[in-house]
Design a protein around this ligand. Structure first.
Ligand code: ATP
Ligand code: MG
Length: 387
């Protein structure tokens, strides 16, 4: 389905789907490889009757390839292409199934990709990426998304950019609100992690990549069909189980894990190791943030600890419940637009003291206007687990 390239007005007319309908992939043909560089569209490739021109490749995952592109108004946009390397290869620009069997799988993947576009079109929130357009071409499907000028949170953490407690609190408020918006529509994200959180140059966090939702089978509270996409450190224990029950509490765990990473500088230990430690009577290898750090509003870190509970029942019942932990104002009142991208000395293990004085934000863009850090290949730690 397509709608106006830059207008948001039409989005309101798209009916709500209710529960997200996701395609089932046959377990025997689960994607098990990432696209390689030969598979990517070359810079200069035009799509949708010259509406988009590929500028550069951003990243290839197990289910899609992401590009930076220019639209016909010469504005930057992100174009995502449905490309499942286990099922397809490329011949010039056309995407070809690898075999007769993978033809059907690729068709399912394309339908699921378009469902993801439909899902995204329902979400209108300042902290959720906006979709502009989806279309079919080259025997596959594409979506054009707003380009978030900045970095993803994983790049920032890996670049040793430290966030102050005040910045973490603002980030958390906005992301919890974004997740509440998703859940309010009976949808799940299913892949919240620092690489799926972009931070705009003005510090505003934006949740991206609803692709995992497309790979999960059912909506809230339902059982999926035997596979799930897990990311060690961020995925909750229930996602590792065959026929996992995935609920809003699963997204709450993943968001807690992403915030834990931003606060401590490292991802939490994966939950299977946590479960093993606890069952062997060893201490939980994920330390309590509330017991380790200071400088945050009362209850704030305890709320992240709660989100990171191994047992779903011990987590916040909903993102709204988590939002109630924000009743108290942040410890300091720095201007909202102070960039999150200040570089300060990193002391990930030390107790956090009150925020340092603002330092100048590092340049986000090169002199020619292109983003400073965007290219990473292949995606970190993502893997598909079969039942
Ligand atoms: N709208 C956007 N603006 C700026 N950068 C983006 C945007 N969308 C994606 N990116 C960058 O590209 C990376 C990959 O995008 P994305 O997470 O959507 O794909 P993926 O993880 O490869 O997806 P898939 O699960 O479909 O294989 C992100 O981590 C981010 O750095
Ligand atoms: Mg991603």
């Amino acid at each position: 389905m397509t709608w106006d390239a830059c207008g948001d007005a039409d989005r309101a007319e798209i009916p709500l789907l209710g529960v997200l309908i996701i395609m089932a992939f046959d377990k025997s043909s689960l994607p098990d490889q990432d696209a390689d560089l030969d598979d990517v569209l070359q810079p200069g490739t035009c799509l949708s009757n010259n509406q988009y021109r590929i500028e550069s490749y951003l990243r290839a995952g197990g289910f899609g390839i992401t590009y930076l592109a220019r639209n016909s108004f010469n504005r930057d946009v992100v174009v995502k292409e449905c490309f499942v390397p286990s099922f397809c290869t490329r011949s010039h620009t056309t995407v070809r199934p690898r075999s007769e069997a993978s033809k059907a799988q690729m068709q399912k993947a394309v339908r699921a990709f378009l469902n993801e576009a439909q899902t995204l079109s329902q979400l209108q929130h300042p902290n959720i990426v906006r979709i502009r357009h989806s279309f079919q071409e080259n025997d596959t499907a594409y979506m054009a998304l707003e380009y978030i000028r900045g970095h993803d949170l994983l790049d920032m953490i890996e670049d040793k950019v430290t966030l102050t407690p005040h910045q973490i609190v603002l980030l958390t408020q906005k992301l919890v609100s974004a997740v509440a918006h998703v859940h309010d529509r009976n949808l799940l994200h299913c892949d919240i992690s620092p690489d799926n959180i972009c931070i705009r140059a003005d510090g505003e966090p934006v949740l991206i990549d609803f692709g995992s939702a497309r790979k999960m089978m059912d909506g809230i509270g339902e059982r999926n069909s035997g596979f799930s996409m897990v990311k060690d450190g961020y995925s909750p224990p229930e996602l590792y189980e065959a026929n996992a029950t995935v609920t809003p509490r699963s997204d709450i765990y993943a968001l807690g894990a992403s915030l834990f990473h931003a606060i401590t500088g490292h991802a939490p230990v994966d939950c299977q190791s946590r479960l093993a430690a606890v069952s062997e009577g060893r201490p939980d290898p994920v330390p309590s943030l509330a017991a380790t750090f200071t400088g945050y509003p009362r209850g704030f870190l305890a709320a992240i600890d709660k989100a990171l509970s191994v047992r779903p029942a011990d987590r916040h019942a909903s993102a709204q419940d988590w939002q109630r932990a924000f009743a108290e104002p942040p410890v300091e009142t720095a201007p909202r637009n102070v960039a999150l991208l200040r570089r300060v000395v990193v002391k990930p293990q030390a107790a956090v003291t009150p925020a340092p004085k603002p330092a100048p934000a590092p340049a986000l863009l090169r002199a020619d206007g292109t983003p400073r850090v965007q290219f990473r290949y292949p995606p970190a730690q993502a893997r598909v687990q079969t039942a």
